[in-house]
Design a protein around this ligand. Structure first.
Ligand code: PLP
Length: 400
């Protein structure tokens, strides 16, 4: 028996006993407003499929024809022989869509964030990060030698204090980093205020807009567009794995010199395979569809507003906001158990939502996260709310 087996078994037991075990449900078909599961079809309210593009016929057709035209795989990193005409085209299209100078593709946004900070920041520099930033930002920051400052979620007084501290410490470059949207709350980073403070302190601003690109802002350009600061943000990272077709791949869009330097120095870019041809072709169509998706964005807004209105009328406690992510709160000591029980009951009723509790969210702030999509009909939204009401009653009755 290998030496650490018992330790691993104990660790696995510990995860189960703490109620933190993550199990995976298998879908029997494509991602969509409704998905196939072993227990039958379910309305899906937990995907990042905001514009409903994950099973879009035009994207699938483009990916299929790319298999014929460009082959299956690249078998190379970009700088050796992994750059096709379409990789470069997609990068220009991303930059143009976001109103940035240039863009660079990665295998994922996780990799994009992992490969950014080390290239731009040394031990002489400082990075100032929102406490709720995504795991990939946290890991990317760990890989660089810059001094680290953290500010309270969306707290501008604290950001100012941290900027002051970084400047007082004599930092050369200072970079402020934030998620555009905080995915557990559905809240926006106040980018106008962040840019104002950054300018005051001569700092750069980076936004990870993974939960926004394609559908936030009047034309879907993301959180910088929503706050009218597109030309004041220096770096945007994002994913092709959410609203933009949902396959895989990520990018950084930024000022030209930043992108040029990443192409020379960024390790996940230099030492990892190029994005697969079919995914690049599909993403190009997804980006075009997103640019044209005024109707889809309107439907997404309507679905989100309807959900909020019906849930509030039914007496549920939802965090305020306008993003299609909704946090339905189950506060207090028993909240984690209630949220889990309600979500399981809802799946029995054919509605798929996920409960989150500590340590993913703070203790006592358990929730069920609901994500609306333009692919949902208003009947789907009503069915989701009905399932919440029935599940709450069933779980409440069982508890008594
Ligand atoms: C989803 C997400 C990522 C990771 O994107 P991938 O392309 O799936 O690696 C990074 N940052 C944020 C804020 C995200 O929501």
């Amino acid at each position: 028996m290998y030496a650490i087996r018992d330790e691993l078994v104990a660790e696995l037991e510990g995860i189960r006993e703490a109620g933190l075990w993550k199990s995976e449900r298998e879908l029997t078909g494509p991602q969509g407003a409704s998905v196939g599961t072993a227990a039958g079809p379910a309305l899906n309210f937990c995907a990042n499929n905001y514009l409903g593009l994950a099973d879009h016929p035009e994207i699938i057709a483009a990916a299929k024809s790319a298999l014929d035209e460009f082959g299956y795989g690249m078998a190379s990193v970009r700088f050796i022989c992994g750059t096709q005409t379409q990789h470069t085209a997609l990068e220009s299209e991303i930059a143009e869509f976001l109103g940035m100078d240039a863009a660079i593709l990665y295998s994922s946004c996780f990799d994009a964030n992992g490969g950014l900070f080390e290239v731009l920041l040394t031990a002489e520099d400082a990075v100032i990060s929102d406490e709720l930033n995504h795991a990939s930002i946290i890991d990317g920051i760990r890989l660089c030698k810059a001094a680290r400052y953290r500010y309270k979620n969306r707290d501008m007084a604290d950001l100012e204090a941290q900027l002051t501290a970084a400047r007082d410490a004599g930092s050369r470059r200072v970079l402020v980093v934030t998620d555009g949207v905080f995915s557990m709350d559905g809240s926006f980073a106040p980018l106008d205020a962040i840019c104002g403070l950054a300018e005051q302190f001569g700092a750069l601003v980076m936004v990870d807009d993974s939960h926004a690109t394609g559908f936030v802002g009047p034309r879907g350009r993301g959180t910088p567009e929503r706050f009218s600061v597109v030309d004041r943000v220096d770096i945007v990272s994002g994913t092709l794995g959410k609203a933009l077709g949902g396959a895989s791949g990520g990018f950084i869009a930024a000022r030209t010199e930043i992108v040029d330097l990443l192409r020379q120095r960024s390790r996940p870019y230099l030492f990892s395979n190029a994005v697969a041809p079919a995914v690049v072709a599909g993403s190009r169509v997804a980006l075009r569809l997103a640019a044209e998706a005024d109707e889809g964005r309107a439907r997404l807004r309507e679905n989100a507003a309807l959900f909020r209105q019906l849930m509030e009328a039914a007496g549920f406690d939802i965090l305020p906001g306008e993003h299609p992510i909704h946090a339905v709160m189950f506060p207090g000591e028993d909240g984690a158990r209630q949220a889990k029980a309600v979500s399981e009951e809802m799946l029995r009723l054919g509605v798929y939502v996920i409960a989150f509790s500590f340590p993913v969210v703070p203790r006592g702030k358990a929730r069920i996260r609901v994500q609306l999509s333009a692919a949902h009909s208003s009947d789907d939204v009503r069915a989701c709310v009905d399932a919440f009401v029935s599940a709450r009653a069933a779980v409440g009755a069982r508890a008594e």
